[in-house]
Design a protein around this ligand. Structure first.
Ligand code: NAP
Ligand code: MG
Length: 504
């Protein structure tokens, strides 16, 4: 992935194709059927690149959430269709889902781009194939989930072993920046472990989750195992968090909502895993390959318009390498052109909404007022859609708001440091701890620094890579629990201990 992120539009050749996606009005997906909300209420989903309405989607109230939870509970507790399914058959179902995502990849990519404003290049090369890969990866797990046989020192003879059991009904609440991928990260491991699901996509981006729901029917997933309730956070989302029939909440989104979810889930002691925001340091030491570091730094912050929880949004550059690094960064940032997200050459799409664009632009003003200088960009592009120029703030100090608060847009805050100790200290001086990147040719320094960074992921001489086999999650206010890899199997299972007395 990182190599591709370093290309400018001039370096890419493309082929234009007619659109395949035909978004239709969205209904709720409950118990294997598409249904209207009981209140018959709907809301609009819009294309951020044009501001136009794409279609209407059902708005789930607490009564619809209740139906979805009941359907999920029934599918979990009753019959032999799901929980007692042969693990090999569960594997096949997950694999089938990955095949169906691939078979419908063009349509899903277009839906994702229409709903989010992200370039079709990204949806078709990253979001959709990586979602399919996530189902492939977890298709391998059902046959490998196993407990242990344990040593026993309690006195007397006993056989002690553990069982890994599904948790039950999982409420999964996801954001708008990587809609299908966030679904895959949560749904694939939860299904692999034998749980059932009530998923709430973000209000701005319900379309791929609803199309995925159709694919679960095609794959033959038993009714009620996977349910989708579209709607708003404070109503639909809250109803999932409050519902006594939900056993676990998995959430990706803002710190503020993460805290509210944790408070809400406390009443019924639900298991909670949270993947929240970040302000990830990208630390460039003077002994790094500065040209490569600068190219990758662009991908680290401007991929997905910077609407990324792992965005390398605080770029720390050691003084001795500053001029060389910055001249490449500025030069290439200037060449990044925003454009129609459906055009395959576009590398920078629209932000998600007017409200979000205003918030991001306001941070540029805040930065200026704090003494930062805007060396590149800093402005909206045009008046249609919510496009913004890639923006580089220099003369930033780590205590400024633009260095401490998550902007979640195409704004890099560049901070100069004099020597490595200062760099690492300032990088750790943050509320967040999701990820960090370190650039140096000194292998010892790289590993020593990796140990000292307080973050869930550390990239050395690369940035922004993830893999379905590799755990992902945060330190500090970036949340807790690790998604992906084996770690997500622990997230979606309970461990049961069984004691068998063997005394004669
Ligand atoms: P958000 O408000 O935290 O929303 C994430 C999800 O939670 C959405 O599905 C949202 O529904 C739902 N939600 C909101 N309030 C809720 C509540 N009280 N109870 C249960 N669910 C609730 O995030 P956002 O509005 O998408 O973005 C705001 C900021 O969050 C961004 O600017 C960024 O800083 C951060 N963010 C982080 C990530 C990440 O990957 N860590 C991703 C996206 C955003 P609605 O869609 O209806 O609001
Ligand atoms: Mg939308």
């Amino acid at each position: 992935m990182p190599e591709i992120l370093t290309q400018t539009s001039e370096e890419i050749s493309v082929e234009l194709k007619p659109a395949k996606a035909k978004p239709k009005p969205g209904k709720l997906f409950i118990g294997g059927e598409f249904v209207n909300a009981l209140s018959a209420r709907t809301f609009e989903t819009r294309n951020p690149a044009t501001g136009e309405v794409i279609t209407e989607v059902a708005e789930a109230g607490p009564e619809d959430v209740d139906l979805a939870v009941r359907a999920a509970r029934k599918a979990f507790e009753e019959g032999n269709t799901w929980r007692k399914m042969n693990p090999r058959d569960r594997s096949r179902l997950l694999w089938k889902l990955s095949e169906l995502i691939r078979a419908n990849a063009e349509e899903l990519s277009e839906l994702e781009t229409l709903d989010t404003g992200k370039p079709i290049f990204e949806s078709s090369r990253f979001d959709i194939p990586l979602s399919a890969e996530c189902f492939e990866y977890y298709a391998g797990w059902p046959t490998k989930i196993a407990g242990e046989t344990l040593a026993n020192s309690s006195g007397g003879e006993a056989l002690v072993y553990t069982l890994k059991e599904p948790i039950g009904v999982c409420g999964q609440i996801i954001p708008w920046n990587f809609p299908l991928q966030m679904l895959a990260w949560k749904v694939a491991p939860a299904l692999a472990c034998g749980n059932t699901i009530v998923l709430k996509p973000a209000e701005q981006t319900p379309l791929t989750a609803l199309r995925f729901a159709e694919l679960t029917l095609e794959a033959g997933l038993p009714p009620g195992v996977f349910n989708v309730v579209t709607g708003f956070g404070p109503t639909t989302g809250k109803a999932i968090v409050d519902h006594a029939g939900v056993d676990k909440i998995a959430f990706t989104g803002s710190v503020e909502v993460g805290k509210a979810i944790m408070r809400g889930a406390a009443n019924t002691l639900k298991r909670v895993s949270l993947e929240l925001g970040g302000k990830s340091p990208n630390i460039i030491f003077a002994d790094a390959d500065l040209e490569t570091a600068a190219k990758f730094a662009l991908g680290g912050i401007f991929f997905n318009q910077g609407e990324m929880c792992t965005a390398g949004s605080r770029i720390f550059v050691e003084e001795a390498g500053y001029d060389e690094f910055m001249s490449v960064l500025r030069g290439r940032a200037q060449k990044m052109v925003a454009g129609d997200p459906l055009h395959p050459k576009t590398r920078l799409g629209s932000l998600i909404s007017q409200e979000h664009l205003d918030r991001v632009l306001n941070y540029v003003t805040i930065g200026r007022n704090e003494g930062a200088s805007v060396s590149i960009g800093g402005e909206r592009i045009g008046t249609k859609g919510y496009f913004m120029k890639p923006t580089v703030l220099e003369d930033v100090t780590n205590s400024m708001r633009v260095a401490q608060e998550e902007i979640f847009g195409p704004v890099a805050s560049v901070i100069k440091f004099r020597e490595p100790e200062e760099g690492i200290r300032e990088a750790n001086n943050s509320e967040f701890g999701l990820a960090a990147a370190i650039w140096t040719r000194d292998i010892k320094k790289a590993h020593l620094m990796a140990r000292r960074v307080k973050a869930g992921t550390v990239w050395i001489n690369t940035i922004s890579t993830t893999d379905n086999a590799v755990p992902f999650g945060g330190y500090k206010s970036s949340g807790f629990g690790r998604e992906l890899g084996r770690a997500a199997i622990d997230l979606y299972t309970e461990t049961k201990t069984v004691w068998v007395d063997l005394n004669g």
